[in-house]
Design a protein around this ligand. Sequence first.
Ligand SMILES: [Zn+2]
Length: 128
Amino acid sequence: MSAATSMPPLLPESKLTACPDCGAEVSRRAMSCPRCGGPVAQIVIVASAPPAAAPEKPAQSTSSRGVYCVLAFFFGLIGVHNFYAGFVAAGFVQLILSLTGVGLVVTVPWVIAEMLFQRTDGKGLRFQ
Ligand SMILES: [Zn+2]
């Protein structure tokens, strides 16, 4: 019997690594070589995801569709609802057309259509 069926010596897991720059033994946990100062540790760059931007609430008009429709109903032929909502040019056109009398042929269906279908103000923002 041999004295010892000696187990192969457990190699201690080396805690040292060679500095890539100067070859000195450096701890694996060291960020940089103490001899030359060169970087040792593989710096894992964790890509930090930018903070998820909160879903932007679509901007809303300061004008209300209810007020717009009421104005259109009572004063629409002189473009008041369009002045209210920021469609200044359209308001002027309706005002001028209606004042001519003949233009009512245009402004009456125009204002009705606006009451029915207009959902945004002059800046393109949805009515409240
Ligand atoms: Zn070094």
